[in-house]
Design a protein around this ligand. Sequence first.
Ligand code: PLP
Length: 464
Amino acid sequence: MLETEKRELLRGLPAVDAVLRAPAADALVSHHGTKATTAAVREALGGARREILAGGEPEVTEETVLAVAAKLLAGRGLRRVVNATGVVLHTNLGRSVLSGRAVEAVVEVATSYSNLEYDLTAGKRGSRYDHAVPLLKEITGAEDALVVNNCAGATLLALSAVVAGTSAGEIAEASGEPEVIVSRGQLIEIGGGFRIPEVLELSGARLREVGTTNRTRLSDYERAINENTRAILWVHPSNFEIGGFTESVGVMELATLGLPVVADVGSGALLPISDEPRVEAAVRGGAAITIFSGDKLLGGPQAGIAVGLSRWISAMRRHPLARALRADKLCLAALEATLAAYLEGTAREELPTVRMLHAPAEEMKEKADQLAEKLARVAPNLSIDVAPSVARSGGGTLPLYEIPSYAVRLKDEEGDADAVAEKLRSADPPVIGRVGEERIWLDVRTLLDGDEETILEAVENLDG
Ligand SMILES: *Cc1c(COP(=O)(O)O)cnc(C)c1O
């Protein structure tokens, strides 16, 4: 295209003011405000400009610019969505949901001063690391505890502390690089690019692999121990399972080898669920440090929790990385309130995540029947039924564990489920379901209070 033609097209682009004066702009401005809408319109026009400069000839009117701006605004900002996927700890949808008590605790410390780093008994400086510790000790039976930003951070900190923290006398005999032993069956990758070999490297330790992908024995570990060995790392391969000819060594057996065992159990199951390793079992099994997430099966805020022997937890607390990975007061407040529910024995009823994981299937059937009935009333043109569904724990936990559930299924006349899914996603708040068998599946297991009304509204608009 000639430069003159490009210039002509660029000159033909509507002005920002003109776009904002178009009638369709009113709704955007009233919903998102003038500032955000203007910025989105500028961005949309910028896109058109770039397209023209690249040789394109886009059809640009006030209306097309507003449509692009509306899309930009809709996808922006962290906001509530309805999770109708049946995946309880959906990583993309924010993992666990806090209890009412946890939210209240967050609001209280967020909107007032707190004793975050103040010792009320002594009337002087205290430590943020002291919060949640008594609860964690009581619940897990460990000597000491430390809360950091997330489980990946806790693993990095634990390994760094163990590698650096061995006393000078003990290191005197060491002749080479510090080593940490890991079974080849546990050299895993967790979502988000967290890979055990890379974390080990970051901690300053050399990875000493033992065994094979499917089988590792105690003798494999024994043979690998030398004067440079600082620890044994045991990792729960949370997000996959291998079956068949397999063998692995548990924390309790590893602890007999006389080296500190760092156990990354991942999901933080404090209550029994399927065959997920329990935090308490790793502690009782003799792990020096047991590490788990706060926002997986535990059902609390994003946090990395380390519990174990005072010596090693102190070493973690003193390590310079602890400052970089420390938990904030909102996290600590939510975690304390969440842990209190476990101590009081009310976790199954009180913590939404735990409740959704354990609710009986019959309850889901009832919930689905009720929702389907209401939906049929507001959307007579859709074909609606209830079908058994399989819910999942998600969040990289229990990959093969199936939770029997029920879903309300919607089908429009054209049978274009993807189009229906897109419309539900663009509802306000967005509704996220599953597509299958040319239908949308709305699994009721992951629906929270108030979600039904949102779905009814979204589907009513869909039908209209
Ligand atoms: C999920 C998981 C992690 C990472 O936890 P985050 O809290 O997401 O950082 C680490 N290790 C294991 C075994 C896990 O399952």
